[in-house]
Structure formats: C-alpha cells, structure tokens
Design a protein around this ligand. Structure first.
Ligand SMILES: Cc1ncc(COP(=O)(O)O)c(C=O)c1O
Length: 487
C-alpha cells in the first residue's frame, strides 16, 4: 500500500482505487429504513448518535472500537480458549504476542483501554500534578482529572489546522514541553503521554524523530514516558509511508522502535488487535509491581484481567496481524479515498487523511450554526436522518463545562465517520460520500442542537438533545422532494 491508496495495483483508467486484499466469508444483513423512521429514531435517541439502536442504522461508522472485522484465524483461535481462572494458556499466548510485537517483558491484562487509564492514573498521578501530552482522549482526561491531575496539551501549531499537508500533526511541540518542565518542575509532572494516531485531532500520527526528542528531554529530567498504543499499527504504517528515514524499515521494526521509547505502554485492544479488551505493558519490574495490585482489585486475576479468554486468544492472533501491511493499511486507504472524494467536492475535511476515520469539519460545513449550538452534533444527526449512517460527534458535546457551568468550546468541531478495518465495501463508502455531497448542497437547512438532559460525566455518551427549530422536518421534506421514494 502507498499514500495514493492504490495498494500498488494500478488501474487502466488511472484511478486510485483501494482494492481489498481480503474476501468476505461471514456477513451480517443490513437494513436501510425509510427516512421517516430514521427521523423518529434520532428523535427518540435525543439527537445523540450514541443513543441509536443498531436496528435503525444502515452503516455504523460510529467507531472502530471493538467493531473491526476479525480474521478467520482470529475467530478459529477462540475455540481453543483455556477457561482457567488462573494460569490460562490463552493469557500466555497473548503475553508472548506482546513480547514479540511490542518487545515488552511484563503484561498486565485489563478489560479495556480506559481500565488501563484508571490503573495508570491512580498509580502515578498525585493531586496537583500535570500531564503533558500531544492531545487528550476523552476517557484519558477524565481519569487523570478524577485523580487530581491536569492535562496539558502541547501539540504543534499544525495539529489543529483542518487543511494541512503536514505528515505528523500528532507530534509534541518540544519547545512547549521544555516550557512545561521549566514552569511546573519535573517533580510535578506525573509523566509525558504520547497517543499514537492521535484520535481527537483526526487520527493524526507522530514521527519517530519526535518520539526521540520527547524521550531525550524526558530522560534528562527523569520524567516517565507513557505511550497510548491503541492505534499504534496505523501510526507505524504512516511512519513507513511518510518518514524518509524509515521507508525501508519493516512495520515490525518500526513498532519495536516506537515501543522502546516508552516506560509504560497501554492500549485498547478494541482497536489495536480488532478484539475487545486491553492491556498495560512495561519492561520495568518496579513499575509493573506498582500497578499490579490495582489490576487484581479492579480488573480480575492476572491471567484474564476482566476479559473473556476467547477474546484473549483472538487478541494474540490480532496482535501478530498488526505486523501485516495489508491489515493495517486497509482502513487508512479507504479513509484516503473518502477524504479525496470529499475534498474534490469542496467539503471541508481534515487533511492529510489519517487513521480510524474520515473527519469532517463541522464548523466549515455548517458556518451558520454557532459553536454553542453544537455544529458537529447537528451534522451527525442530519447525516443519520438523510442516510441511515451513524457517525460520531467529536466537538463541544464531547467537551465539558467550566466551574461556572459554561461550555468549554472544543478546539475543533468534527463529525467522525469511522472506517473499522475491513468492514465496509467501496460501494457503501461511495453511498455515504454521495449523501454527504447532497447534505452539503442543502446545508443551510441544518440548524443547531441544545441539551435537554445532560449527565455530569462523559455527557456525550448518555446525554439527550433537541433541535433548536424544526430543521429536521424541513430537511426530510427536501430529501423527499429530491429523492422521491428512494431510501
Ligand atoms: C487513543 C485511545 N485511548 C484510549 C481509549 C479507551 O479505550 P476503551 O474504549 O477500550 O476504553 C480509546 C478508545 O477509543 C482511544 O482511542
């Protein structure tokens, strides 16, 4: 695979088309319900796509978390699972895979990524300390704050630009890292965190060179380096594609190199190995022992950590498959295809194309919707109404309020359309692109949203909203006028 998304396979027509290097062997039937039923469903769900029921959804592009397609080898491995509470052979296979792929000695299993964040935050954060990082993830920030820490985002000037050609928007700004050390003192920094294929800024990678510089500074001041490896495979793929020094290095060697910089690595295996679970790894016995008791307390015994042993078996296989270019390049190639299509149609979309999804700039798409009325949430609701496709709001609804109860407006308002690995076909991708182009042509019909029921923690999951006017009905009327009886 290469950056034009062509898989090295050229078409007579000259087009860049990502050819699937897998075939479909198990399928799940989908339904595209009529638009009136879609409107009713989003209304019932409080205009929050997390609250939709999959029976009402056509293409579920909410997330790649736990929704990637598993390989035949993964599914068949699940039958061999060893159901022991302690000493399960399934765990030792997973441990061996992590040793091989990440090059780590100690493995603590946890039930998913945020459980790792809980253990790491409780163990290493002292009240009043700061945690500098390239960018936060929702659950990461909550866990750190619950434990009395403060997240400091020290991204580069390129990170939040929608239209950029910078290959590594996930880099840490080294100058800002130095300033944080000078301002707070190394003793008040719990650790520095780098998130591979930085999720909330559009799945954007960092470079090895940047990791080197962060590590050097961290070591000089005795600061621990924590790597969120949930999307490490794709980040390694982008390093191979975009960082000159590594164009002839294997994905396996790049992954090892990335992991070698970190003192502690954690991951959501809902992402990295296309299963459902998570883990924490380190080569430092002392650090492992500091965390181990919390794993047993919150997650389960050391050889299952709250996970099903079937998932653990599949995780071992999935981790090894991370080394396969055709597995980890599939989602970026489809994302690139989608980004190119939208860009050509004048739809504002995060560039360069990154990992996990295609990210549409809702502020640019709906400039007439004030940020206080949640443009990314409104765009997600509108797209569902007109297509049955479920995306995820990644903007102010996913943010929090300040101590006075005012919304902290998000840096970017994004509608994320996730491309879980090897799940959607090209014609399904083209259907979403088509409906987005129609929505863009009719964007003035889309209005804002307001909260009617707002939970205090992670409100984007369970919150309910309502439209600020009857814009959804007007949108449906225009859809019917243009598409007649088409679904
Ligand atoms: C970068 C990153 N870290 C942590 C998590 C949390 O993982 P989980 O959903 O398994 O709790 C996620 C989930 O999407 C993520 O993308």
């Amino acid at each position: 695979m290469n950056q034009n998304g062509s898989n090295g396979i050229r078409f007579f027509s000259g087009e860049s088309i990502p050819v699937e290097l897998h075939k479909v062997r198990i399928v799940q039937k989908l339904h595209l319900k009529p638009i009136d039923e879609r409107l009713e469903a989003i209304h019932e769900g409080g205009y929050n796509t997390f609250q939709l029921n999959t029976k009402d959804i056509f293409l579920d592009m909410l997330t790649d978390s736990g929704t990637n397609a598993m390989s035949d080898n993964q599914v068949s491995s699940m039958l061999q699972a060893d159901d022991a509470y302690a000493g399960s052979q399934s765990f030792y296979k997973m441990e061996a895979a992590l040793k091989e792929v990440f090059g780590v000695e100690y493995v603590l299993p946890v039930h998913q990524g945020r459980a790792a964040e809980n253990v790491i935050s409780q163990t290493f954060i002292k009240k009043g300390q700061v945690i500098p990082m390239n960018y936060h993830f929702t659950t990461t920030k909550e866990h750190m704050e619950v434990n009395g820490g403060k997240v400091l985002e020290i991204y580069t000037d390129e990170a939040l630009k929608i239209n950029s050609d910078h290959p590594f928007k996930g880099n840490i700004d080294i100058k800002k890292f130095k300033e944080v050390i000078d301002t707070y003192g190394a003793e008040n920094i719990s650790f520095v965190r780098m998130e591979a294929s930085t999720n909330l800024i559009g799945g954007q990678p960092f470079s090895i060179q940047n990791m080197r510089e962060v590590k050097k500074l961290a070591d000089e001041h005795g600061i621990m380096f924590v790597l969120d490896a949930s999307l490490i495979g794709e980040n390694a793929y982008f390093i191979k594609e975009r960082e000159e020094e590594f164009k002839n290095t294997s994905i396996k060697d790049i992954l090892r190199l990335m992991c070698d910089f970190a003192d502690v690595i954690y991951f959501s295996s809902r992402k990295v190995s296309s299963t459902r679970g998570g883990g924490i790894c380190t080569n430092n016995k002392e650090l492992m022992l500091k965390m181990r008791d919390l794993v047993v307390l919150f997650e389960g015994f050391m050889t299952y950590g709250g996970m099903s042993v079937r998932e653990i078996e599949a995780m071992a296989v999935g981790l090894m498959e991370t080394l396969d270019d055709t597995v980890i390049s599939q989602s970026p190639a489809f994302i690139k295809f989608a980004v190119d299509q939208l860009d050509k149609a004048g739809i504002p979309v995060i560039k360069p194309a990154g990992a996990l999804g295609c990210h549409i700039d809702a502020k640019g798409f709906l400039p007439h919707v004030p940020q206080a009325e949640y443009p990314a949430g409104a765009l997600a609701a509108a797209l569902f109404i007109i297509s049955g496709c479920r995306g995820m709001e990644r903007g102010t609804i996913s943010s929090v309020r300040d101590e006075n109860g005012n919304d902290i407006l998000a840096d970017v308002e994004l509608l994320r359309l996730a491309f879980p690995r090897r799940v959607f076909t090209l014609s399904q991708t083209m259907f979403v692109m088509d409906r987005l182009k129609w929505l863009h042509a009719n964007r003035e019909l889309v209005g804002g949203l307001k909260f009617i029921d707002e939970p205090k923690v992670l409100r984007f999951f369970m919150g309910h909203l309502a439209p600020t006017s009857n814009w959804p009905e007007k949108l449906v009327a225009k859809f019917k006028a243009d598409f007649g009886d088409s679904l």
